[in-house]
Design a protein around this ligand. Structure first.
Ligand code: THU
Length: 128
């Protein structure tokens, strides 16, 4: 897993706004031409309006005009790596396709998956 992406996701994680869960997540999304957009989770007292780190990184990238992606790396300090939630899988599939998903825990754990492994049989525009 790319140490630079881990470092960028870990730095973003430091900015997590997670007073309710205490669970800080960072993400770094890399474009095909090597740009990196980082994000952290941002919680809200309504809970339901909380936004995951992956989605913050994705919205930042899309809003800056990025459209082609290679991989995303997420960082937590959990005892197991933290795969993206179902909603983020759906959104990553829609906008990034079958990217590489790197999962890193600061406790020294690493896993890599293709998004298609994490979201088999997706609903997408080909179903319309
Ligand atoms: N969270 C993420 O940011 N990304 C994930 O992949 C899983 C969950 C956040 C949402 C919430 O702020 C906290 O982690 C606990 O669920």
């Amino acid at each position: 897993m790319d140490p630079e992406l881990i470092a960028k996701a870990a730095a973003a994680r430091e900015n997590a706004v997670a007073p309710y869960s205490g669970f800080k997540v960072g993400a770094a999304l890399e474009t095909k031409d090597g740009r990196v957009y980082a994000g952290c989770n941002i919680e809200n007292v309504s809970y339901g309006l909380t936004v995951c780190a992956e989605r913050v990184a994705l919205w930042k990238a899309l809003s800056e005009g990025a459209r082609e992606f290679r991989q995303i790396v997420t960082v937590t300090d959990a005892p197991r790596v933290t795969p993206p939630c179902g909603a983020c899988r759906q959104l990553l599939w829609e906008y990034c396709g079958d990217i590489l998903v790197g999962l890193h825990s600061l406790r020294g754990l690493d896993e890599e998956h293709r998004l298609a492994e994490l979201l088999p049989h997706p609903f997408d525009r080909f179903q319309l």
